[in-house]
Design a protein around this ligand. Structure first.
Ligand code: 9UX
Length: 71
């Protein structure tokens, strides 16, 4: 299992947090996701054979938020 932290911009309420959590958990290969407003980030546990950081970032962006991997 892999672990990824994405910094997320554009979340302003707990509804946004729920939306990001939902799209991540709906992505094939995602085992679990913890999304927080403070700090504005998502921690994702996923199967590296089924998905990857670029796909997870794209899923969040398709939902209308900006995501980036911490440097
Ligand atoms: Mo509440 Mo967050 O409408 O977009 S879900 S601000």
């Amino acid at each position: 299992m892999e672990n990824l932290t994405l910094a997320i911009k554009g979340m302003t309420c707990m509804g946004c947090v729920a939306s990001v959590t939902r799209v991540l958990k709906a992505t094939a290969g995602v085992k679990d996701a913890q999304v927080t407003l403070q700090p504005a980030q998502a921690q994702v546990q996923y199967d590296g054979a089924q998905t990857n950081p670029a796909q997870l970032k794209a899923a969040v962006e398709d939902a209308g938020f900006e995501a980036s991997e911490p440097a």
